[in-house]
Design a protein around this ligand. Structure first.
Ligand SMILES: NC(=O)c1ccc[n+]([C@@H]2O[C@H](COP(=O)([O-])OP(=O)(O)OC[C@H]3O[C@@H](n4cnc5c(N)ncnc54)[C@H](OP(=O)(O)O)[C@@H]3O)[C@@H](O)[C@H]2O)c1
Length: 304
């Protein structure tokens, strides 16, 4: 088997249910699409529109039916939601688009203070307008810090009750936030930073999500410490050794390892590159051996 084969589709990664919606475990994150290079900076270099649209259409052709986005994913000339709408509307019934609210950027791309409960409705409506939808499949409340999220999550629960949102999730949370939110409305996913050697302190939350059949959706599982800048040029010796032995890329090893953390772990790798996209989708079929997992687990926990 070659894991760069164009014939491996996202179905090879297995499925998970986000509320009443079934998705393949390998999905796609759109943060990389509006620009080349670093994301979320005001002077980002816009990506060619046709190039970004090709990546989105190819992702769907390869079976991706879970796409992560946000209204604050934009460069001076491109906006992730607009690209999704151009590339994929009219949307197929099995496509689940998950967006995030909380953070916001002004038209010039500078960060605004996080949304108040009252402002969240405007952010939800902004996503609806840009995506051209009447409801949003999944909305994650993306937070910073340890403060109570009850007022903000309560505001989103009201929008869910009003039919604007089908399912709610949380992002960048600590474990206590999950219980706080669940007392208000059901939570179908938690999207936190996680990967080999990336936030090993997330293990408890990852396990808790699995016990409650909540999806755990890591971000930066390839980019790691490169965060908004992107994947570092060189990976660790351990990841490289596994990649060499299996004839795959280090990015594929990183994605496969996260999927091995539990059937409830989904992947949303971001890329603007068609070859990387095919590799990432194919990583869903890579089954790591016990020995390989043990080596990668050691590397993961060595950074704790
Ligand atoms: N909730 C949150 O707070 C939060 C924060 C950040 C991101 N997110 C979401 O999570 C998604 C994933 O994060 P991400 O896109 O930053 O990180 P990622 O998937 O971990 O890595 C993306 C980086 O790795 C490179 N890459 C991807 N596939 C590769 C491959 N097969 N081989 C070599 N390099 C590869 C990309 O560059 P190329 O374009 O050159 O492939 C890019 O530099 C985002 O797109 C976004 O939807 C959520």
């Amino acid at each position: 088997m070659t894991t760069t084969s164009q014939t491996i589709t996202a179905a090879a990664s297995g499925t998970w249910k986000l509320g009443d919606r079934t998705v393949n475990r390998i999905g796609f994150g759109t943060m990389r699409l509006p620009q080349h290079g670093e994301a979320l900076v005001p002077d980002a270099v816009p990506r060619d529109r046709d190039e970004a649209i090709k990546v989105l259409r190819r992702a769907v052709e390869l079976g991706v039916n879970h796409i992560d986005t946000a209204a604050f994913y934009f460069s001076p000339l491109r906006c992730a939601n607009e690209l999704i709408s151009r590339a994929l509307a009219p949307y197929s019934d099995d496509l689940v688009i998950a967006t995030k609210v909380g953070p916001g950027r002004d038209p010039a791309g500078d960060w605004l203070p996080h949304a108040t409960p009252e402002q969240l409705r405007g952010q939800v409506e902004e996503n609806l307008r840009q995506l051209g939808r009447d409801h949003l499949d999944v909305v994650n409340l993306r937070i910073v810090g340890t403060d109570s999220i009850a007022d903000r999550f309560g505001a989103l629960a009201e929008l869910r009750a009003a039919g604007l949102i089908r399912h709610l999730g949380l992002s960048n949370i600590r474990p206590h936030h999950l219980a706080e939110a669940q007392a208000i409305a059901p939570v179908v996913c938690v999207q936190n930073m996680y990967g080999i050697g990336v936030s090993p302190e997330q293990e408890e939350l990852l396990r808790r999500c699995g016990e409650q059949r909540i999806a755990f959706v890591p971000f930066y599982s390839i980019a790691g410490s490169g965060r908004t800048v992107g994947a570092p040029a060189h990976d660790s010796g351990t990841v490289q050794a596994v990649a060499r032995a299996r004839g795959v890329s280090t990015a594929q090893v990183r994605l496969a390892w996260t999927l091995h953390r539990g059937p409830h772990v989904l992947a949303i790798p971001g890329t603007g590159d068609l070859d990387h996209l095919a590799q990432n989708v194919a990583a869903g079929s890579l089954r790591l051996t016990e020995d390989e997992l043990a080596d990668l687990d050691s590397l993961h926990h060595a950074t704790a």
